[in-house]
Structure formats: structure tokens, C-alpha cells
Design a protein around this ligand. Structure first.
Ligand SMILES: O=C(O)C(=O)C[C@H](O)[C@H](O)CO
Length: 321
């Protein structure tokens, strides 16, 4: 093995052991991302004992649970600033203290209210008949407007995000946990009439200034930055040490319409991106994000089947070496 100061290649692994845990360790991945919204039942414990058992389950098999993503205890009640957010924020702070106690490094969360990451196709043909996901805003915009869109303005989302950050960042700092805000996917000002705010480099600059702390940072989801049309290595250098976690993937297109590509086939120079992460000293968790669904897989979790992930891990390890 070459001795390179490397980032930590990670995979979303289910909360209970199955073949994917073995496949991960066989390809040399020993870092897990807990993301039960994609693989699991969608839930996330916040009490110490449940988190203790969950983290020990991974560690007993030699896997380090470094990131809790997506299914963390906040809902649209907090994102939309509704009654009840204070209780939810209190619970989120308890969760942060507990995972801090258990040595989990990063929490990846997002500010997408009303609609999660959105695609218009999960069966777009890709190399060799594999299936990938795609977004076409013309098709998307004809669908139903989320009810929350009627009384939510951009300013409301900023207010609720500020309210959240002012309360949680000091707790994260104390607990030794890094918060990485994921971009809105796709990074558009609105999706089906629902405003979105985390859609640009300038928006992130504002987020980082709200509470200027190393605990308040970014999940650099590269495919979303590519869809924003920004220069990837320059943006990595711009954010530098505020990048807490990387989603490594690429898209062909922009926020009006794109197709997710295989890691070795997209327009972004992935080697230059890896070099930029290294240049800014990033040594945290980096996971392949969405991958095409391959032969023999049922496409029930588009973007999250294992075979394409293993290919991506090999590709990333190659770039890292
Ligand atoms: O949209 C994507 O690319 C995602 O990976 C979604 C994230 O997992 C999610 O928004 C994190 O909270």
C-alpha cells in the first residue's frame, strides 16, 4: 500500500449486517455511513443506548460508523420553522451529544423542505443497459405543488436555518461533531413551486457566516455543485477546511436537466477533484454517491445498489493512489 495521507472512502451500509458489510470490507472499506432513509427503515435513534448498540454493531465487525446522514432527527417542522421546532431541536442536540460521546465524526443533514432529492426518471439507460437517474424540470414542474409551498418564502427557510444553526452549532462544537449541510438536489431556486435555498456557492458562504465555527460546514455533494455549473476544483479550494464530508459523483447537464453518470464517464475531471480535496487537506469521509443499477439488481433503491458502489470504490481508490 502506498502511504498517502488519504481521505477515508466510505459506503452507506445498512444498520443490520448483511452481505454488503462483507463486500465493503473485502474491497477495503472500513467506514460506514448510516443513512436509513436510503438503506433501512428511515428511522434514526437519538437516545444513547440505541446509538451505543448501533455503533457497536458496526465496530464489532471492524467498521467505523463515521457519518450519520439524512435520517437524522429533524423534520420539516424545523425546516419550516413550525410550532414544535424547539422540542425537535432539543432532541437533535441530545442526538449530537450522544453521537459525540460515541465518537461519530459527522452529521450530514439538508434543508430541503416539502420534497427530498428529486428525479424524474430512475430508469434512464446507461452503459451496457445499466439504469441511472435523471432530472428534467419540464416534466417535474407539471406535478403537484407541495402544500407547504403555499406559505413558504425563501426568507422563511433562511430564518429557520439561522434559528437552527444558532442553537445546534455550539452543541456540535462541544460534542466534537461536525455538521455538513448537503446541497438542495437539484440545486434550483424552486422545485414545483417549493423554494429552495442551498443552491449556490453564495448560499453556502452565507451559511458558514451565520455561525462561523469549524463545526458548521459542508457536505460537498460534487454532483450538485456540477449541476450548479461551478468550477469544481476552484469551489473545493474556496470552501477548504469547511468541507466535512464528500459525496463523490458526477452529472451530465445542469439544474434544468441532467443525467447522473458513471464515475468514469462524466464531464468532471475526477482526478483533478481528488487532487483539490487533497490540496485543501481534506482527510474526512468520502463516499461514492448515486451509482447506476447493474444487472441482477431490482432497482428498488435507485442509486444505492451495491455493485455500482463497488466499482466506484475501486475507481476512487485508483484516483487516490
Ligand atoms: O441528493 C443527494 O445527492 C443525496 O445524497 C441526498 C442526501 O443523502 C440527503 O439530502 C442528506 O440529508
Amino acid at each position: 500500500m502506498l502511504d498517502i495521507p488519504n481521505m477515508d472512502v466510505a459506503l452507506v451500509l445498512p444498520p443490520e449486517p448483511d452481505e454488503r458489510w462483507e463486500l465493503a470490507t473485502q474491497v477495503g472499506v472500513e467506514t460506514a455511513v448510516y443513512h436509513s432513509l436510503e438503506i433501512g427503515d428511515g428511522g434514526c435513534p437519538s437516545n444513547y443506548d440505541d446509538l451505543l448498540h448501533l455503533t457497536n454493531r458496526y465496530r464489532d465487525r471492524g467498521i467505523e460508523p463515521a457519518v450519520f446522514e439524512g435520517s437524522v432527527p429533524i423534520t420539516d417542522e424545523t425546516r419550516l420553522g413550525l410550532d414544535g421546532r424547539d422540542e425537535e431541536i432539543d432532541e437533535f442536540c441530545r442526538f449530537l451529544r450522544n453521537i459525540g460521546e460515541l465518537g461519530v465524526e459527522v452529521v450530514c443533514y439538508d434543508w430541503m423542505a416539502g420534497l427530498r432529492w428529486a428525479r424524474t426518471s430512475t430508469t434512464t439507460p446507461a452503459r451496457g443497459g445499466s439504469l441511472t437517474t435523471a432530472y428534467d424540470n419540464e416534466q417535474m414542474r407539471r406535478g403537484p405543488t407541495p402544500p407547504a409551498a403555499r406559505n413558504t418564502a425563501e426568507a422563511d427557510l433562511w430564518e429557520s436555518l439561522e434559528y437552527f444553526l444558532e442553537r445546534v452549532v455550539p452543541v456540535a462544537e462541544e460534542a466534537g461533531v461536525k455538521l455538513g449541510l448537503h446541497p438542495d438536489d437539484p440545486p434550483r431556486e424552486k422545485v414545483r413551486g417549493m423554494p429552495r435555498i442551498i443552491t449556490s456557492v453564495e448560499a453556502y458562504d452565507r451559511v458558514l457566516e451565520i455561525v462561523d465555527s469549524p463545526a458548521n460546514g459542508i457536505t460537498f455533494c460534487q454532483g450538485n455543485f456540477a449541476a450548479m455549473g461551478v468550477d469544481i476544483p476552484e469551489t473545493i479550494r474556496h470552501f477548504g477546511d469547511r468541507i466535512q464530508f464528500v459525496h463523490f459523483r458526477d452529472v451530465d447537464g445542469d439544474a434544468d436537466g441532467f443525467v447522473e453518470t458513471w464515475h468514469d464517464e462524466g464531464p468532471t475531471d475526477m482526478q483533478v477533484a481528488i487532487d483539490a480535496y487533497r490540496e485543501v487537506g481534506f482527510d474526512g469521509p468520502i463516499r461514492p454517491d448515486h451509482v447506476p443499477t447493474m444487472a441482477g439488481e431490482d432497482n428498488s433503491i435507485p442509486g444505492y445498489h451495491i455493485t455500482g458502489k463497488l466499482f466506484a470504490v475501486g475507481y476512487m481508490k485508483g484516483l487516490l493512489e
